[in-house]
Design a protein around this ligand. Structure first.
Ligand code: AMP
Length: 282
């Protein structure tokens, strides 16, 4: 594995590399990450590499998307290991800005995407999408890639970013990529590292509960009843608290009464101090 991935840490360095590639007619893809990389992240890099001549991964643990009581300080950080993994997946450049580059003194702008940010994650983590939209807007404008790749694992985030790029005329194609799962179906997440062995076993139940709920909804059970039943199953499986299990319009994330339009089931639930999210197409 080539672990000597070139790294740039500031915007001029990033832009001059992208400009050099562009001059040669190369298509450039960007994969934004917060590090602690796993197969889910690497699948985004591989997909980007299939569609683009050059792929940049960014690594920045974005303080603005964590509330003060959340896990910013204990979020896993290992740039050397991440850099090796990225090189092995075909990444060409690591962009690893520090906080002063992303949020210099006097930084005063917050990108707020209404409507699609409001329900679900927006309700339980009110600071979150403002932080995400702000940092992703910056990363897109700093790199100005042809395309940027995001996981469906964070489904509402993907819809928020698509809306933002459309609304602000950011000339970057936003591409969603399928969720990568462990063998037992648990969606890969950097936060899975927080789980004890017992919690890890319970965590794997979530995707099965969502599958069962999809079956029930497709067989005609009332949406609200399906959601409530799935939440009961999650509690019975050992989840300590359920923030939501919801079947929503796949684009707007607004409630639906039936499956006449494409819909998505989304869930967020706690195991002790760890919050897990998952979602699937209905
Ligand atoms: P994060 O480092 O958690 O901010 O995630 C960076 C990107 O990787 C986001 O676009 C995530 O949606 C994506 N991602 C995280 N986990 C997965 C997964 N299991 N499958 C696919 N994409 C993922």
């Amino acid at each position: 594995m080539n672990s000597s991935l070139p790294v740039v840490r500031d915007t001029p360095g990033l832009r001059s590399q992208v400009a050099a590639w562009r001059k040669h007619g190369l298509r450039v893809g960007l994969v934004p990450t917060m590090g602690a990389l796993h197969e889910g992240h690497l699948s985004l890099v591989r997909t980007a590499k299939e569609k683009c001549h050059r792929v940049i991964a960014s690594l920045f643990v974005n303080p603005r998307q964590f509330a003060p009581h959340e896990d910013f300080d204990r979020y896993p950080r290992d740039e050397a290991s991440d850099s090796g993994l990225l090189a092995g997946a075909g990444c060409d450049l690591l962009y690893a800005p520090d906080r002063a580059i992303m949020y210099p003194a006097g930084f005063a702008t917050n990108v707020i995407v209404s409507d699609v940010s409001t329900p679900l994650e927006g309700e339980f983590r009110p600071h979150f999408f403002g932080g995400v939209a702000t940092v992703v807007a910056k990363l897109l404008l700093q790199a100005l890639p042809d395309a940027a790749y995001f996981g469906e694992k964070d489904y509402q985030q993907l819809q928020v970013i698509k809306r933002m790029a459309r609304d602000l005329d950011i000339p970057v194609e936003i591409v969603g990529c399928a969720t990568v799962r462990e063998h037992d179906g648990l969606a890969m997440s950097s936060r899975n590292a927080y789980l004890s062995a017992d919690e890890r076993r319970i965590a794997a139940r979530l995707n099965h509960i969502l599958h069962d709920a999809i079956k029930a909804a497709r067989s005609g059970d009332a949406i609200m009843e399906v959601e409530a039943e799935a939440a009961r199953h999650a509690a019975a499986a050992g989840f300590t608290s359920i923030d939501y299990v919801a079947i929503r319009d796949a684009e707007t994330l607004q409630p639906v009464n039936d499956l006449a339009h494409p819909a998505r089931i989304l869930a967020a639930a706690w195991l002790g101090k760890t919050r897990l999210i998952d979602n699937m197409a209905v």
